[in-house]
Design a protein around this ligand. Structure first.
Ligand code: GDP
Ligand code: MG
Length: 162
C-alpha cells in the first residue's frame, strides 16, 4: 500500500500551505484564521518517483477543550494511521507550550517525525530555525511553504522516514 504522511502542528503554522507545496496543487484550504481544516483530508503526492499519501489536519492542541478538542482528536487519529509524521512549527514564533505538548504525544506514538521549521522566507530568518533543535526531535528543516524555499531537502527527509 501507499505510505502515509500525516502533517500536524498548531493552528496557523502553515500546514495546509505546506501540503499544497508537497502535492504541487492548491487543494488544501489555506486561511488566515485558525481552525479551518477540521477533519483529516488526504491527497496523492509524488516525490522523485515515489508515491505517497499526505494527510492535512486541523490545528493540534492536546490540551484543547470543546470544538478544538475534536479537531485535535482528528490529528491524533491521523498520526495513528500514518507511517511517518511531518511536524510543522512556525520558526518566526518559536517553540510554544502547545508545540511541547504535541511533541509528547508524538514521542508516545513511536512514529518517525520530520520537523519542518516553517515561514523561513529568507536567509535572515534561517537562524531562528536552529532554536527548534530544543524540541529534541533532531534536525529542523527550514522551509518556506509559501515560496518553496527548502522544500526539496524537506521532502528528501520525508521520503527517508516513510
Ligand atoms: P495551517 O492552519 O497550519 O494549515 O496554516 P495555513 O497553511 O492555513 O497558513 C496560515 C497562514 O500562514 C496563512 O496566512 C499563510 O499564507 C501563512 N503562511 C503559511 N506558510 C507560510 C510561509 O512559509 N511564510 C509565510 N510568511 N507565511 C506563511
Ligand atoms: Mg490548515
Amino acid at each position: 500500500r501507499t505510505p502515509i504522511l500525516a502533517v500536524v502542528g498548531r493552528p496557523n503554522v502553515g500546514k495546509s500551505t505546506l501540503v499544497n507545496r508537497i502535492i504541487g496543487r492548491r487543494e488544501a484550504v489555506v486561511e488566515d484564521r485558525p481552525g479551518v481544516t477540521r477533519d483529516r483530508v488526504s491527497y496523492d503526492a509524488n516525490w522523485n518517483g515515489r508515491a505517497f499519501t499526505v494527510v492535512d489536519t486541523g490545528g493540534w492542541d492536546p490540551e484543547a477543550e470543546g470544538l478544538a478538542e475534536r479537531i485535535s482528536a482528528q490529528a491524533e487519529v491521523a498520526v495513528t494511521l500514518a507511517d511517518a509524521v511531518l511536524f510543522v512549527v512556525d520558526a518566526t514564533v518559536g517553540i510554544t507550550d502547545t508545540d511541547e505538548a504535541v511533541v509528547k504525544v508524538l514521542r508516545k506514538s513511536g512514529r518517525p517525525v520530520v520537523l519542518a521549521a516553517n515561514k523561513v522566507d529568507d536567509q535572515r530568518t534561517e537562524a531562528e530555525a536552529y532554536g527548534l533543535w530544543n524540541l529534541g526531535l533532531g534536525e529542523p528543516f527550514p522551509v518556506s511553504a509559501l515560496h518553496g524555499r527548502g522544500s526539496g531537502d524537506l521532502l528528501d527527509a520525508v521520503l527517508a522516514a516513510l
